[in-house]
Ligand binder design. Sequence first.
Ligand code: NDP
Length: 333
Amino acid sequence: AQKWILAKHFSGEPKEDDLKLEEEELPELKDGEILVEAVFWSVDPYMRPYTARFPVGITMIGSQVGKIVESKTKDFPEGRYIVGYFGWRTHTVHDTTKEPLPGFPKAHLLPDFKELPYSLALGVLGMPGNTAYFGFLEICEPKEGETVVVTGAAGAVGSIVGQIAKIKGCRVIGFAGSDEKVKWLTEELGFDAAYNYKTKDVNEALKEGAPKGVDCYFDNVGGDISSTVLNHMNTRGRISVCGSISSYNADPANYPRAAIVQPSMVFKELRMEGFIVHRWTDRWMEGIHTNLKWIREGKLKYRETVTEGFKNMPKAFMGMLKGENTGKAIIKA
Ligand code: NDP
């Protein structure tokens, strides 16, 4: 078995030698345990800031879809597939009574979506899909005819948020980091407008794309783009703060001075709320089943950027942070 360990804490952009590939001996299975062989791994933005909470030498944190190849519990039979936060490892001996990573949800068997790739359990039919579903619907509370802005719009979460907003009858404007991504959003996903934030002035884009102002803002990126969107919010607009990827490589002690949000918050009576998707653990399957239904009805499309081979996981992780993915970044065994 192999695992990637955190050899050094990240400083600035993650680098090749911050991570190290190691061999590991697996223990014998005890009652209640299963042996899982990974088939797909996920690389996600949270891995960059979250690792700072753990000591050097830990197995890199992360979720995977794996096949149960040996089992000592009838609840998790051999041959079934499972999704869990087992970390960056090829094989895992897992005690099914416990959370694999403290503070993260328990592992669970894959729901039945046999006609679709199992990797979707790490994307639209997993944590990122539920982030879009709950983080947008519960916090933005979109109404038909409202204008919605999504940043990080061509990524795993953003691409689903924009499409859910369309399902709810909203006008949707997306920001992403390449012309190819922008084209995908407008031509295939049905966004009303999309802009490359690297080449288009965000203020001008909003004047053009959201002439009636913005009612809902789903914020994946933070920073300057978000400060600009704030200036375009309508009275009693709602802002769902999902992520802040533009600052994940910065040291919190040196964060750039934030825009002053209070005047907009007060005079436009805005509501801004951050969240962590695990808030909705009790309703987890509702999000997955609704997104699955929308996929089957042809209303929700997804894309994956797949990297082959466990040894290429760090490369996929670093690439995702730089925007090399469209849709969900996945690694295939
Ligand atoms: P993505 O698939 O969107 O991948 C990350 C993307 O971020 C890149 O493709 C890149 O796209 C974009 N990006 C990188 N740097 C910048 C920058 N400086 N400014 C703007 N965009 C940038 O990842 P996810 O969909 O998995 O996650 C999106 C966000 O949602 C992240 O902030 C993440 O932390 C957050 N999140 C929050 C959760 C929660 O519970 N609150 C749960 C899951 C995710 P581009 O080419 O457009 O620059």
